[in-house]
Structure formats: structure tokens, C-alpha cells
Design a protein around this ligand. Structure first.
Ligand SMILES: Nc1ncnc2c1ncn2[C@@H]1O[C@H](COP(=O)(O)OP(=O)(O)OP(=O)(O)O)[C@@H](O)[C@H]1O
Ligand SMILES: [Mg+2]
Length: 420
């Protein structure tokens, strides 16, 4: 029998079963400390200034109330800056990855001339100091494609989204983090050996990603499949720590300019996810699930892991949704509703539902992702999801005239060519 009584320690009502008492206060998740919130804010990058809002001095103060309300002061370089919405979304979604946060309130401010000068100095320092293109550029949007279990279509989603983004004119990196079970080289028909070159400014040679032009854009791809002779040789890599291999791909590859980096995660491992959270805390996860309820339950574990490593979830993709035959009849081969249920459960957006279509698997087998020029419904959904991803970041043309475009001024002041 359960009953309530007063907890001797904290005077809060407690629930007990047959004499064992659990204090309800103790069970509540503690709100974060202001220092923890500040740490989470370090993952919020001002894409134009190329640094996090804490180091840029844009986050001006954090207070946390006992009930988990977090109030953050954010100063923009100029009030009407179009980045405001993006920074707001980023701040809110980063901070709410902490389970003890009930609400986030942002108090907006505007920098004065001195503060703007300080930001300029910082941006100038960054522009000089950031070793050119030996790591993932700070303005690159990073999306890791993960799932709770194997075979749900992570690699298919990765290559198709990457191809759809490139087709729109973007430079898209693809990092195959499935070190032992890589499939990206085959799916993109890119299996040339990776070469290493000495790059100006670095002492050791860097790996150069393989490139493929897609539409108006370009794919830059690295995978262990481009380092070993065949898939069975990859087993030799078992001796290597997974995270170490991924770390090398992030540090020892000359990625150059990237608009997006898509990471194809290996199935069912937390190590790589934790490693990514440490190395690239601004990584967003896209969770892939099938419509089956069982898959959805497993996917929740992947989302849990994301929360524990404070990674943000950009959305859920349901793959292998209803198959429609040539007569137009739909078959829910793997059940239905898994994607939406998962999205509801973890408070994320369902980005799209990709049907089962033989074109998807044929495209992967032939190295021609269906999203590039496929006419079927699956191809359309991939392209729609890519558009959603693009719209989540401020389009370049809206930035014109915004004083946040300081890097250009900085580059000009340094006598360098401004970044595009
Ligand atoms: N929407 C789809 N329609 C038809 N076939 C699909 C679809 N999505 C994926 N497939 C096929 O299902 C198989 C598994 O997909 P994929 O390799 O992308 O999954 P994965 O999650 O990356 O697997 P692993 O966990 O082994 O890395 C592949 O043969 C792929 O071509
Ligand atoms: Mg895979």
C-alpha cells in the first residue's frame, strides 16, 4: 500500500511502500547550476562570427531558479539581426537537453560600440588562429544520423540527404562513422583510396576526402572503406577504439569549407555518440526508426543517450513506411505510427516518412542515391527533408545588410578574401 507522510529530512511529502519511504523532493531532477548552463551555451555557435556565444561575450548572465526556470541574457551585435531566431532556438534546445530545466527565458540586449569592437577583436583572432581547414569549420551544420538498432536505413538516409543537400548547391561532408560495417562508399560509388597531402600550415600530412560533384554542389566523403582493401579487412580495425578512428576523421582530414557534415553512425553503440558529444558538442542527431513499435522503443534509447550526452535532436525520420504496389494499394509491412510516436515521446519533429521503394535499395546498390534525380515518392520525401534542414538555418541572402556579417569586414581588414 502507498501512503504519504512528511519526510524527516526536508519536510516534503513522501511516498512509501510497506514502510520504505521515498522522498518526492529527492526524486525531482535537480536544476542545473549556472556554470552547467554556461557550458551548454558553449555549443551555441554564432554562425557568422564562427565562435560560441559564451566566448564571444554574447551570453551576459545566467540565473537558475529552484523550479528549473533558466534566465539567460543574450546580447546581439544589432537588435534586428536575422540570426536572433536561430540563436533563440539554439539556446533553448541546447539548454533544455538538461533534464532539470523546466523553462528557458531569454532577455535580449544589444551590444554597445565598445562591445562590438571586442567581438570584432575576437572574430579577428579566430579568423587568424583557426588553423585553415584542418578541422570541421565552425559554421558547418553537423548532423549525425543515428538509430537504436541496425538495418533501419541510417546509411540510406545519410547518403540521400547528403546528395539532396549537395544537389541544392551546398558543400556536404559525409563521415562514415561505421568503422567496421561501412556502406557509404558503395552507396555513393566512391571507393577510391584516400590520399594524404601536406597542407600549408600543418606539420603532418592530412587525409583528403574523396569528392563527387552532385548537381550544383559537392560531396566530400571519408570512410574506412576508402582505407582498406575490402569489407573483411575492416575487421582488422577491431583493435582500434571506435572513437579514436572517428576522432582521426575529424582531426586529420582536410575537410576545407563545408556547409553541412553528415555522420553515418554505427548501429547500437553509445561510444561514438559520447565521443562526438565530447569532440563536437554542436552535433545534432537525426534519429531513424521504422514504423514498428518495437523499433520505436529501441530508438528511444538512442534519444536517451543523446539527452545524457546533451546532444540536441534535430528530428525523427521514419524509414520503411508503407509500401505501395503498382496498383496503388498500400501495405503497412512494418506496422505504422512508430515515427510519430517516437517524435511525440522525445519532443522532436517528425521530419518525414520514407516509404519502402525498390528504387531506394537499387539506388544504394548502384551508387546513385535516389534523392539526386529519382521520380518516386521516396525521392521526393528525401528532398523535402533536405529542404527542412536548410530552412532550419538562416539562408544566406537574409543575412545581407546585417551587421553580424562581421567576418567579411574582418577578412577585408586582414587583407584576405572574405569567406563566401
Ligand atoms: N526506404 C527504403 N526502401 C527500400 N529499401 C530500403 C529503404 N531504406 C533502406 N533500405 C534498404 O535496407 C537495407 C538496410 O539499409 P541501410 O544499410 O541504410 O541501414 P542501416 O541502418 O545503415 O544499417 P546498419 O545498421 O547495418 O548500418 C539496405 O539494403 C537498403 O538498401
Ligand atoms: Mg549503415
Amino acid at each position: 500500500m502507498a501512503w504519504q507522510h512528511d519526510c524527516a529530512k526536508c519536510d516534503e511529502p513522501s511516498i512509501g511502500l510497506s514502510g520504505s519511504f521515498i522522498c518526492m523532493t529527492a526524486r525531482r531532477v535537480q536544476p542545473p547550476t549556472p556554470a552547467e548552463v554556461t557550458n551548454l551555451l558553449r555549443a551555441v555557435i554564432d554562425p557568422e562570427l564562427g565562435d560560441n556565444i559564451v566566448d564571444l561575450g554574447m551570453a551576459t548572465g545566467v540565473t537558475v531558479s529552484e523550479d528549473g526556470l533558466v534566465t539567460i541574457g543574450v546580447k546581439l551585435t544589432i537588435k534586428g539581426c536575422p540570426l536572433r531566431v536561430q540563436i533563440k532556438n539554439d539556446v533553448e534546445s541546447r539548454v533544455t537537453t538538461h533534464p532539470g530545466v523546466s523553462k528557458v527565458k531569454i532577455e535580449w540586449g544589444e551590444m554597445d560600440a565598445d562591445e562590438r569592437t571586442a567581438v570584432m577583436t575576437r572574430a579577428r583572432w579566430n579568423a587568424k588562429e583557426n588553423a585553415p581547414a584542418t578541422q570541421i569549420p565552425l559554421n558547418t551544420r553537423i548532423l549525425a544520423i543515428a538509430s537504436g538498432k541496425g538495418g533501419v536505413g541510417k546509411s540510406s538516409v545519410t547518403v540521400n540527404l547528403a546528395a539532396a543537400l549537395a544537389n541544392q548547391g551546398f558543400t556536404v561532408g559525409v563521415l562514415d562513422a561505421d568503422i567496421w560495417g561501412f556502406s557509404v562508399p558503395r552507396m555513393l560509388n566512391m571507393s577510391d583510396r584516400l590520399e594524404a597531402k601536406l597542407i600549408t600550415g600543418s606539420e603532418k600530412p592530412k587525409m583528403i576526402p574523396n569528392e563527387r560533384i552532385v548537381g550544383k554542389g559537392v560531396l566530400k566523403v571519408v570512410s574506412t572503406g576508402m582505407l582498406v582493401e575490402d569489407e573483411s579487412t575492416a575487421l582488422m580495425w577491431r583493435g582500434l577504439m571506435l572513437t579514436k578512428a572517428v576522432e582521426q576523421f575529424l582531426k586529420d582530414v582536410h575537410w576545407g569549407e563545408l556547409d553541412y557534415l553528415l555522420i553515418d553512425m554505427p548501429p547500437g553503440t553509445g561510444d561514438v555518440q559520447m565521443g562526438l558529444a565530447r569532440m563536437l558538442p554542436r552535433t545534432d542527431l537525426i534519429i531513424v526508426t521504422t514504423p514498428a513499435v518495437s523499433a520505436q522503443k529501441v530508438a528511444i534509447r538512442a534519444a536517451d543517450m543523446a539527452r545524457r550526452s546533451f546532444l540536441r535532436i534535430a528530428g525523427v525520420i521514419e524509414n520503411m513506411s508503407a509500401f505501395t504496389c503498382e496498383h496503388g494499394t498500400s501495405y503497412q509491412l512494418f506496422g505504422q505510427g512508430g515515427g510519430q510516436n517516437l517524435a511525440n515521446e522525445i519532443g522532436a519533429e517528425l521530419l518525414g516518412q520514407i516509404p519502402i521503394e525498390s528504387d531506394v535499395s537499387h539506388g544504394s546498390d548502384n551508387g546513385e542515391p535516389v534523392a539526386i534525380s529519382g521520380a518516386g515518392f521516396a525521392a521526393e520525401v528525401f528532398r523535402d527533408i533536405a529542404k527542412k534542414i536548410i530552412s532550419q538555418t538562416v539562408p544566406g541572402n537574409e543575412m545581407a545588410g546585417c551587421s553580424a556579417r562581421m567576418l567579411e569586414t574582418v577578412a577585408l581588414a586582414l587583407g584576405e578574401k572574405p569567406k563566401k
